[in-house]
Design a protein around this ligand. Structure first.
Ligand SMILES: [Zn+2]
Length: 1008
């Protein structure tokens, strides 16, 4: 029996590891395909070279806006903050907003700008640093390129490509600049670029590659030359001083002036070059910055970056006709009227990935191979109609090649396509793609360039949508397959529970067994054959075969279990109704807790509702007609009110902020509340002998408190608790005075915490004193971790757990009394005695009844509340180290991390001890309760699995992964909690009544 339980637990752990991994198979597939046919471009290049200037972290509004003129004259007209670029937008070039997509980070932003696709979320599986995938980009396609800037960005586009020269400042300069002058980084980049243009700069690496001044001059004067200038200054200025600070505004001016100098240098350098095709400049940013000085999410401050283009091939604002392609895209906020001074200059927005195809077009190249952006034609000069239509066609052809390649791969590999009659269903709007393309080419040959551009652009948009359609082609199938793995597993757990302890029908068993196995084998073989033919990844074999085996196991468990003895149709009907109600309640709870993972305030609502329900229960118990004034009913009502008070006390905590601000008074108040609960438990609760396991207490009254076993231990524990409070008070006082903390204080914190934890093992092995002792010991350690309201929360959590235990006991008594009153035959051992009602519970362990589900559900809610009561997933990860100052002030990430983990664990262990006490009280073996708990957790896991997202900021993506992984690993972590808690609960006897008989003998020997 034990070994079958162990097998199930080990299998559960392995299964959850697989299902956590499944997230990557379903959600984090790379959208990139390889092996496209290369496309070509047949139009004359409008420019010889392209200069892409990326001002890292520049918000659109901070570049374009006007500011007060220098000087004291209040009536002077406002002037542009960036006069050069503003002037370009007004007359010699075009401007707009480039819309970045979350995650608004440097790397994805640069990839979108230079390679034309939004970086693939599958990068998450391959680390953030190295190039996750090989991709084609503008520098790669050039004949010669120079990349200058920060060491965090430049290597992405320069490393390993022979014709790309790079210049990076040392990371030390970055650190230095971060503390002093951020704009120095930008000046460095402009100065180095101008040196290159003047032929004054050869790096050691250039010389090693056999480059000389002559070769460099030839390279500079060639065609298809790309410069990438990465300016980090604004990003670090924004992080350090917020984008609305002066440092940021000053840095904008530096950048603007640097661009002016740069443009002058280019003009100087190439004006004299014979037959030069000219230079195109694109100025933009990889992402913006929120007003808090951060980026990453979809805040408009982060997604709206400036875009200014001018030079060869770009029309001048002055002679640009109103252009349909510039029509707003829905997400564009209107141009501020007076603040920017640009409202009469046509604004033309782009998506960030569109920039790559524009860059390729001005050099007469097809877009990068993996490009997913569509060409913003309004940035190409209408005076060069052939280049315009040629570029639009090259863009459409390249996007169509991506779609075609993806469709070919999907037709071979897609499982959904296999299951669909007729195979892969192509994207319908692309059915006539060949004809559209031919017509557009024909129009171009005929000289109808506008018609060619329109047709090509429509085709390009359809290709982008079609590629997304194909990328998601199998997702639904996979989602539901993984979901059926979860549901099948839950089914196995339920079957295990429902048939636990029932005899098996050996005869029926063998026949059914063979048939069920045959079906499962058949289904698995068929699935494997299909998967092999589609060359599916190895993990797919598990996903697609497991549900059949789960179904087999659940079915066999039910089919081979003998029906319960004494079961009548009526009792079975009642049982079924009970099961349905339990299942519905479990679903509702899982939904609620899922919501609480997103917003911890849901716990407040949950606890408030629980308190209200308990008050209603108390009122009903007191007013029930059949035994008004009955002692049992009164006890149940009073304990329900106490539990309501516990739930009510827990409710407010999840409304408080998770940014814990140091408040010693709150910590000490928490210590006082904990001590009060400990005293109440000893002097008020124990004399009642609610659990019937503490005969020495019964009738002794509050006055007998000092004579009761465990009294001395209580005094010792309360003293330790107050010592902990004192240490907190002294350490916080010293820190407030900026004094150093003497080593002996840290040593005493360690001594108090480690000394407190084993003490509960010395407490009398009975429910109330043992739980109270654990509660006080954990409170002692927890107080040392508390910086604010945590210790108060812990006091409330322990009180609620204790009230939960007492309530369950009284409810048990109430049910037993009802059963007796109804005349149900009670087992002989449970005859009511003079001063108590004993249980009608039969010797049969009714594991599948609603009460186990109720206990497991309450435990799940409480243990998650213990986690979310003082923080959330982000706050745990954010490493708030002030919590560990009572133990150490020397920075040591491992020790500090371990201490923070302990802080999270302590309240959870207290709840786990309460849960184990309850199981003992109801004589429920822990394993079935564990299974119910896992089934409930997995209902939540399925929900989180569907919620895993690949869109939004890295934080959104990371949080969705954390939620899923956290629930998925609960199958293991809960075993750890229960194992630790069992060290305290092991000595408790099963069921109070049994303990009472056995206990007398034990007590006789003990002298405590
Ligand atoms: Zn950046």
């Amino acid at each position: 029996m034990v070994s079958s339980q162990a097998r199930l637990a080990v299998f559960g752990v392995a299964l959850h590891a697989l299902l956590i991994y499944a997230m990557f198979d379903v959600h984090f597939l790379t959208p990139l395909v390889h092996g496209m046919e290369p496309t070509t471009a047949d139009f004359a290049a409008p420019a010889s070279r392209l200069v892409v200037i990326v001002a890292d972290g520049l918000r659109a509004d901070r570049l374009f806006e006007l500011e007060d003129a220098p000087g004291d004259d209040p009536d002077a007209p406002r002037v542009p903050r960036a006069p050069f670029l503003h002037g370009v937008a007004e007359s010699r070039g075009r401007w707009g907003i480039s819309h970045a997509r979350p995650p608004t980070e440097s790397r994805p932003g640069h990839v979108a700008l230079l390679a034309g696709f939004y970086e693939d979320p599958s990068a998450i599986t391959k680390g953030w640093q190295a190039n996750a995938v090989e991709f084609d980009h503008l520098l790669n396609q050039s004949s010669a390129a120079w990349a200058l800037g920060a060491p965090s960005v430049v290597p992405l586009f320069a490393k390993g490509i022979e014709h790309v020269r790079h210049r990076m400042y040392a990371e030390e300069l970055e650190d230095f600049a971060a503390s002093n002058d951020h704009a120095a980084l930008d000046e460095w980049v402009f100065d180095r670029t101008i040196e290159i243009l003047d032929g004054r700069s050869l790096s050691a690496e250039d010389e090693a590659n056999g480059r000389s001044r002559d070769t460099e001059r030839a390279a500079l004067e060639g065609e298809r030359v790309v410069f990438l200038l990465h300016l980090l200054g604004l990003d670090s200025a924004g992080h350090a001083h917020k984008p609305f600070g002066d440092a940021y505004a000053q840095n904008v001016k530096t950048v603007d002036d640097g661009v002016r100098r740069l443009v002058d240098a280019f003009e100087r350098r190439f004006d004299q070059t014979p037959r030069d095709g000219g230079t195109t400049f694109l100025f933009t940013a990889d992402h913006g910055m929120s007003s808090r000085g951060a980026h990453g999410d979809g805040d408009p401050g982060c997604t709206e970056t400036p875009f200014v283009a001018w030079g060869a091939g770009i029309p001048a604002a002055a002679d640009a006709a109103a252009d349909d392609a510039c029509a707003p895209r829905g997400k564009d906020a209107p141009t501020p009227r007076d603040a920017w001074g640009l409202e009469d200059k046509e604004r033309c927005d782009v998506d960030q990935a569109d920039v790559a195809s524009l860059g390729a077009s001005v050099l007469g190249m097809p877009p990068p191979t993996h490009n997913a952006g569509s060409l913003p034609v309004s940035y190409l000069d209408p005076a060069m109609p052939s280049a315009r239509s040629g570029a639009a066609l090259a863009n459409a052809e390249q996007l169509l090649a991506v779609y075609r390649r993806k469709a070919a791969v999907a037709a071979r590999a897609s499982l959904t396509a296999f299951a669909t009659p007729g195979g892969l269903r192509p994207y319908a709007p692309l059915a006539g793609a060949n004809e559209t393309l031919a017509a557009a080419k024909h129009a171009r040959v005929e000289g109808d360039h506008d018609a060619a551009v329109d047709a090509a652009q429509a085709l390009a948009r359809a290709c982008v949508d079609g590629t997304t359609y194909l990328h998601l082609y199998d997702r639904r199938l996979l989602l539901w397959t993984i979901a059926s793995c979860f549901l099948g597993w839950i089914g196995v757990l339920l079957a295990e529970l429902a048939t636990e302890g029932r005899e098996t029908k050996r005869q029926v068993c063998r026949v059914i067994h063979t048939r069920a196995t045959a079906i499962a084998v058949g289904v698995s073989c068929a699935a494997c054959a299909v998967l092999a033919s589609r060359r599916a990844p190895a993990t797919y074999y598990a996903y697609f075969t497991l549900p059949a085996w789960f179904a087999r196991r659940a079915f066999l468990a039910f089919a081979s279990a003998a029906p319960k003895r004494h079961a009548t149709p009526r009792s079975r009907g009642k049982k079924a109704a009970e099961l349905v109600a339990t299942a519905a309640a479990a679903m509702a709870l899982a939904r609620t807790l899922c919501a609480a993972f997103h917003d911890r305030r849901v716990f407040s609502g949950l606890f408030a509702a629980t308190a209200a329900a308990l008050v209603a229960f108390a009122a009903r118990a007191m007013t029930a007609k059949k035994r008004r004034g009955d002692a049992v009913a009164r006890a149940a009502a009073v304990s329900a009110l106490a539990a309501a008070a516990g739930a009510g006390a827990l409710a407010p905590f999840t409304l408080f902020s998770v940014d814990l601000e140091a408040n010693t008074a709150l910590v000490v108040a928490g210590v006082a509340c904990t001590a009060l609960v400990g005293l109440l438990s000893h002097f008020a609760l124990r004399p009642l002998d609610v659990f019937g396991d503490d005969p020495e207490d019964a009738g002794a009254g509050a006055a007998g408190g000092a004579r009761r076993p465990g009294y001395k231990l209580l005094v010792a524990q309360l003293s330790l608790l107050w010592c902990a409070g004192l240490v907190v008070w002294v350490v916080d006082g010293l820190q407030g005075a900026k004094a150093s903390i003497p080593a002996w204080l840290h040593a005493s914190a360690w001594a108090i915490a480690t000394g407190a934890m084993p003490l509960p093992l010395l407490s009398p092995p009975r429910f109330v004193p043992r739980f109270t002792s654990v509660y006080l010991a954990a409170a002692t350690a927890y107080a040392l971790f508390s910086v604010s309201y945590e210790s108060l929360f812990y006091a409330a959590l322990g009180f609620a757990s204790l009230a939960w235990l007492v309530l369950e006991r009284n409810v048990q008594k109430l049910a037993a009394a009802d059963a007796l009153a109804a005349g149900d035959p009670a087992p002989a051992s449970a005859k009511p005695t003079a001063n108590e009602v004993v249980f009608a519970a039969s010797s049969e362990i009714r594991v599948a009844d609603a009460s186990v589900a109720r206990h497991a559900a309450t435990f799940l809610a409480l243990i998650n509340a213990a986690f979310f009561g003082t923080g959330n997933i982000a706050s745990v990860a954010s490493f708030e180290i002030s919590s560990v100052y009572r133990f150490t002030t020397r920075f040591n990430p491992f020790l500090m991390g371990a201490l923070l983990m302990l802080k999270v664990l302590v309240p959870m262990i207290t709840v786990a001890v309460a849960f184990l006490c309850l199981l003992k009280l109801r004589a429920i073996p822990p394993f079935p309760a564990y299974l119910v708990f896992i089934a409930l957790s997995d209902l939540m896991s399925v929900t989180f699995f569907f919620e895993v997202t690949t869109e939004g900021s890295w934080q959104d993506i990371g949080m969705s992964i954390s939620r899923y992984a956290l629930m998925g690993t609960q199958v293991v972590t809960i075993l750890v909690f229960l194992g630790l808690a069992d060290a305290y609960a092991a000595a408790l006897p099963v069921r109070g009544v049994v303990a009472r008989r056995a206990g007398k003998a034990v007590d006789g020997k003990k002298t405590r």
